[in-house]
Design a binder for this molecule. Structure first.
Ligand code: BTN
Length: 124
């Protein structure tokens, strides 16, 4: 239980597809955000991640980066895959969204933080 592979949706309505996780725990996929901090048209963006495999007790931790193709920002997510009391897989994550600012004086306002909860999109 708790495999990252597959399609997920979060509390904002954003979806992501995670492809196969390799033997080192590396994985890739695509992310389609439902919201943006920019006025740009949203486009699907690639993600690259890493699954912690040291723990063999299940409910692993992981991290991934989304490199937005439609903005000059980048988001890193870190989280853990849980199996809830109904046997459903849930990804509890926190993220940091780094926006590009023009000057070092504006650095203080360049980072947003938040949480997202992902559930698996049932197979159609
Ligand atoms: C941008 O606005 O510059 C790129 C899109 C950022 C979307 C953010 S990432 C954290 C949060 N969770 C989501 O699913 N979307 C927003």
């Amino acid at each position: 239980q708790c495999s990252l592979t597959g399609q997920w949706i979060n509390d904002l309505g954003s979806t992501m597809k995670i492809l196969n996780v390799n033997g080192n725990g590396d994985f890739s996929g695509t992310y389609l955000t439902a919201v943006t901090a920019t006025s740009n048209e949203i486009k699907e963006s690639p993600l690259q991640g890493s699954l912690q495999r040291k723990n063999q007790k299940g409910q692993p931790t992981f991290g991934f980066t989304v490199n937005w193709t439609f903005s000059d920002s980048i988001t890193v997510f870190t989280g853990q895959c849980f199996v809830d009391k109904n046997g459903k897989e849930v990804l509890k994550t926190m993220w940091l969204l780094r926006s590009r600012v023009d000057t070092i004086e504006n650095d203080w306002k360049a980072t947003r933080v938040g949480i997202n909860v992902f559930t698996r999109v049932p197979l159609q």
